[in-house]
Design a protein around this ligand. Structure first.
Ligand code: PLP
Length: 380
């Protein structure tokens, strides 16, 4: 029987402990596992860089939630991206990625993979003709982030998968903003999904983590080899915290989404806001696509502040409930100034974020408190 997402988020990979009956499987805080004679491993566990039962629980869970056969977890989102790319790229490979992906993803490729001999091209992912032109027969990877960070552009995963596959490229989707609750890219033809589990999966701003999921055996094997050989794995406590966070993903993301929609609607037409970027608004260019591709519109939104950089800085420094901090996807609302915070590393590149953009990670607090907080901050 196939269960609902919310049921799988709570039960998948979470068998009660057979020895004690503990409903919550214990945290296996062990770096090594006894052998019954040389090579006599119990359940395949040998040394924790290769595998640990707490990590297996998390990996089983994220694979199930994305409808994949393989799940791999990492010590951060970027560690997962790095392992995947080291697994599937070689010097001479070419990667095409969206022109407003997370700055750290661009930095990883531009500063570590390009010097290694990989070529990188960025492209407007919402323009399918531009992508068709950019994706040539020597393209190894097409990297899509949707919705994108921070401008909330929505890209057509099914169409992009078709374009990528026509030249034999591996199509990767960063599903961090949407979460597997709102969007399952593999269902639309993508080959691999990556997550910063630090964000909505963990959900409480108390743990770093990453995940790579795929149903492609070869990609999984190559990525697992890098995971084992280089070792950027989560410790048992971090894997357990992420698993615990995921159990409430469905209810959290529903509330994040309804709060964000209410806030976006309250800000449209405000004299100090020039533009609201939220795919849930009917006039967002990706609205219809998002409605087809996503279950709801998520908890992230950005605004273009009237009055330029100084007004934007004033806004982020004037909130009381929204905390000024990097990151996103936690239960508490955060406000950030991408051009000098999350996207500082891409200043001077094509990915530079305008200095009048403010990004909001809308939490699950009372919606009136959140709307009231932004409105009072705009008065200052
Ligand atoms: N992908 C997206 C969309 C992100 O926002 C981030 C981090 O902000 C990452 C990947 C990288 O994740 P981590 O910070 O866990 O390494």
């Amino acid at each position: 029987m196939t269960h609902d997402f919310a049921t799988r988020a709570i039960h998948s990979g979470q068998t009660p402990d057979p020895t004690t009956g503990a409903v919550i499987p214990p945290i296996y805080q062990s770096s090594t596992f006894v052998q019954d004679g040389i090579g006599g491993f119990r359940n395949g566990y040998e040394y924790a860089r290769g595998g640990n039962p707490t990590r297996t629980s998390l990996e089983t869970l994220v694979a199930d939630l994305e409808g994949a056969t393989h799940g791999l977890s990492f010590s951060s989102g970027l560690a997962g991206e790095d392992a995947l790319l080291r697994g599937i790229l070689t010097p001479g490979s070419r990667i095409v990625m969206g022109n407003d992906v997370y700055g750290g993803t661009h930095r990883l490729v531009n500063r570590l993979f390009v010097p290694w001999g990989v070529s990188l091209q960025t492209v407007e992912m919402t323009d399918l003709d531009a992508v068709r032109a950019a994706v040539t027969s020597d393209t190894t990877v097409l990297w899509v982030e949707t919705p994108s960070n921070p401008l909330m552009k929505v890209s057509d995963i099914a169409a992009l998968a078709e374009i990528g596959h026509a030249v034999g490229a591996t199509v990767v989707v960063d599903n961090t903003f949407a979460t597997p609750y709102l969007q399952n890219p593999l269902q639309f033809g993508a080959d691999v999904v990556v997550h910063s589990a630090t964000k909505y999966l963990g959900g409480h701003s108390d743990v770093l983590g990453g995940a790579v999921v795929t149903s492609d055996d070869e990609i999984a094997e190559k990525t697992r080899f890098v995971q084992f050989a280089a070792g950027a794995v989560p410790g048992p406590m971090d894997a357990w915290l992420t698993t615990r966070g995921i159990k409430t993903l469905a209810v959290r993301v529903e509330k994040h989404s309804s709060n964000a929609l209410a806030l976006a609607e309250a800000l449209v037409g405000h004299p100090k806001i020039e533009r609201v970027y939220y795919p849930g608004l009917a006039d967002h260019p990706g609205h219809e696509l998002a409605a087809r591709q996503m279950r709801a519109f998520g908890g992230m939104l950005s605004v273009k502040v009237a009055g330029g950089a100084s007004a934007a800085r004033q806004l982020v420094e004037s909130t009381e409930v929204f905390l000024l901090a990097e990151s996103l996807g936690g239960i508490e609302s955060l406000i950030s100034y991408p051009s000098e915070m999350t996207h500082a590393s891409v200043r001077g590149t094509e990915l530079e974020v305008p200095d009048d953009i403010v990004r909001l990670s809308v939490g699950i607090e009372g919606v009136d408190d959140l709307v009231g907080d932004i409105l009072q901050a705009l008065e200052k």
